[in-house]
Ligand binder design. Structure first.
Ligand code: IPE
Ligand code: IPE
Ligand code: MG
Length: 240
């Protein structure tokens, strides 16, 4: 990590090749809204704005891959009204992405079991992935995503291919994140210190950073703090 001072602006951090991929468990939207006497869905719409701001910032500081946990395979247990609101925000983002300035710099990819979504939406997601594939900042949005479901899905795909001798590389190549390096740093907002079924395979050697800041409040300096924490760690990968 280096600190860079650009003309006329404050000093800011720039990451190097040690931190290529950052993942966020965007937690705390509901509590953020409830604290303000507002319905939980309000927290999700403010959270969506935070997501765009933080993605822009991560790109600026030199991150190449970012993955966000937007909706888990377990989140269907929530009240239908909340699920509808989250799905509405996601659909809106997908529909409008082509007109957003981000389209120029972001390669967007949706990860998770997408088969539950309408054919039309699946097609839109595939098209966005394809159309933006040459962009340098890779943004994975996890929807209807579960780490366990992903591993089962990969195993089933290998069985369908008739594979009997299965290695780690085979599983990795059939995950929704295939082709994307493993996350170096996973940040969870909202104060809980668990993975909630996020990137189980890929995070085997990720560094974790937990903050009590609720997702809608996450600031650029909170990201700097997470990055600084990452650089203070000694990653041994099982060595000495
Ligand atoms: C995270 O915020 C967003 C989703 C899980 C969709 P929450 O909605 O879980 O917010 P809290 O944790 O209840 O505050
Ligand atoms: C994790 O948050 C899922 C997302 C951020 C999308 P949850 O709020 O669903 O996690 P739990 O229920 O507290 O473990
Ligand atoms: Mg939560």
């Amino acid at each position: 990590m280096v600190l860079k001072k650009e003309k006329g602006s404050a000093e800011r951090i720039l990451v190097d090749e040690r931190l290529q991929h950052i993942a966020f468990i965007m937690d705390g939207n509901g509590r953020w809204a409830q604290k303000r006497g507002m319905p939980r869905k309000y927290g999700h719409s403010v959270g969506a704005q935070t997501f765009r701001r933080i993605a822009g910032y991560c790109r600026e500081i030199g991150i190449h891959y970012m993955t966000v946990y937007a909706f888990s395979t377990e989140n269907w247990k929530r009240p239908p009204e909340e699920v509808r609101a989250i799905m509405g925000i996601l659909e809106d983002y997908i529909q409008k992405f082509s007109e957003m300035t981000e389209k120029e710099s972001i390669h967007i990819r949706f990860i998770g079991n997408l088969s539950v979504f309408s054919k039309d939406l699946q097609e839109k997601m595939e098209n966005l992935d394809r159309e933006t594939a040459s962009n340098p900042f890779h943004l994975n949005i996890a929807i209807n995503y579960g780490g366990r479901e992903e591993i089962v899905h990969a195993c089933k795909a290998l069985i369908c291919e008739g594979k009997t001798d299965i290695g780690e590389a085979d599983i990795a190549a059939h995950l929704y994140t295939a082709g994307c390096p493993d996350p170096d740093l996973v940040v969870r907002t909202g104060g809980d210190t668990r993975t909630s079924n996020f990137l189980l395979w890929q995070s085997a050697y990720a560094e974790y950073h937990f903050t009590s800041v609720l997702w809608p409040d996450l600031s650029e300096s909170d990201v700097d703090a997470a990055v600084a924490a990452f650089y203070s760690r000694h990653r041994r990968f099982g060595g000495v």
